[in-house]
Design a protein around this ligand. Structure first.
Ligand code: PLP
Length: 369
């Protein structure tokens, strides 16, 4: 049996005809950028997240960039996030001269540790923005993070790029801080067929600023009041995303079922499974396990035709691009230790029970069980 790490084609089999019809409709409508489909999708996504506004942009990275700039961040300010995330959590804004500062994670969820956040905010006075990342689809401890940020006058931008539909204490992520960023990269829980992203917020001011930033700083056609970008969601992606949004909860529930099955099948093995906190409803963008024999286990699974990946092998404070910040190995023990032990097993809605059982059986075999 071969088990892929992702299988977007198979995930979409059930709606293939509708997707093709959707493409045909957009081609016939002849409107390709920021038209009716983007408008409909933005409204539907805002409603899904439970916020007033959603602004479609070019990617998750752009959603982080425009979300952060819409809060008034400027060159010379600093932001704080965790080191075990995708580069662009920090890079969306570091490219604009906003210095990344990092704090360590908690080992239960591999998400931001609010105590470490507070320690960093006490030491660093330039930090104007906190970016908690709901990594792997599991929400961060938002009450504690929001409380710390409020006390230190720090704004909050959620990186929800991996967490479409995740709940924190019953509330959707993406509406918990002042502004949030989602990615629609094809492998995401809600993915498009190219690049795409969206900003969500309840603030009219952030909404209006984001609209300007995504379209050349325009306040009206041919009226440019601020510097801006060209970062728009196109009609085709928006129409396809609107169609897929209807199925997002179903797909997320499939992911939750698969996670449950992995837990059952891997129970009693030496691999460590990530907790789902009692207050969390994870959407399992990834199913990540930890083991000291990570590289050997990945090699063994490869021989058995099971693909796995590491999200992410190098904590971002140790990436060359940030060497000027002066971080050295040992700065964030939890993030660094977990990077050496984590691996992602296949996780996507169309993964079958037989495939989960096969992957788990191979892991048991590796441990001689
Ligand atoms: C946590 C996180 N942040 C940001 C991004 C960036 O999103 P995009 O690839 O759409 O720019 C991603 C996706 O790759 C991500 O997983």
């Amino acid at each position: 049996m071969e088990v892929k790490i992702f299988d977007i084609e198979r995930d979409h089999q059930g709606i293939k005809d509708k997707l093709v019809e959707c493409v045909r409709d957009v081609l016939t409508n002849g409107e390709f950028v920021l038209g009716k489909e983007v408008d409909k999708f933005e409204k539907a996504f805002a409603e899904y997240v439970g916020v007033k506004y959603a602004i479609g942009v070019n990617s998750g990275t752009d959603a982080l960039k425009i979300g952060g700039l819409s809060l008034g961040l400027k060159s010379g300010d600093a932001l704080i996030t965790t080191p075990n995330t995708y580069m662009s959590t920090a890079m969306g804004l570091s490219i604009h001269g906003i210095r990344p500062v990092f704090c360590d994670i908690e080992l239960e969820t591999l998400n931001m540790d609010p105590e470490m956040l507070e320690k960093a905010l006490k030491e660093e006075r330039d930090i104007k923005l906190c970016i908690p990342v709901h990594l792997y689809g599991h929400p961060c401890r938002m009450d504690e993070i929001l409380d710390v940020c409020k006390r230190y006058g720090v704004r909050v931008l959620e990186d929800a790029c991996q967490a479409h539909g995740a709940l924190y204490k019953g509330k959707k992520v993406g509406g918990l801080g002042e502004v949030a960023a989602f990615s629609f990269y094809p492998t995401k829980n809600l993915g498009c067929y190219g690049d795409g992203g969206i900003i969500t917020t309840n603030s009219q001011e952030i909404y209006e600023k984001s609209l300007m930033l995504r379209a050349y700083g325009q306040t009206a056609k041919h009226v440019h009041s601020i510097d801006g970008f060209n970062s728009r969601l196109d009609e085709l992606q928006a129409a396809l995303l609107l169609l897929k949004l209807e199925r997002l909860d179903y797909w997320n529930n499939r992911r939750r079922h698969i996670a449950w099955l992995y837990r059952r099948e891997l129970d009693g093995t030496p691999v460590m499974l990530m907790d789902e906190a009692s207050w969390a409803h994870s959407v399992y963008h990834l199913f990540v396990i930890r083991t000291k024999e990570r590289d050997e286990l990945m090699g063994y699974l490869k021989e058995k035709n099971v693909s796995t990946l590491i999200h992410y092998p190098t904590p971002i404070h140790l990436q060359g691009v940030y060497s000027h910040l002066g971080y050295v190995e040992g700065a964030f023990p939890n993030a660094e230790a977990s990077a050496k032990e984590i691996m992602s097993l296949p996780m996507y809605p169309s993964l079958t029970e037989d495939e989960v059982i096969y992957v788990s059986k191979c892991i048991r075999e590796f441990y001689g069980m």
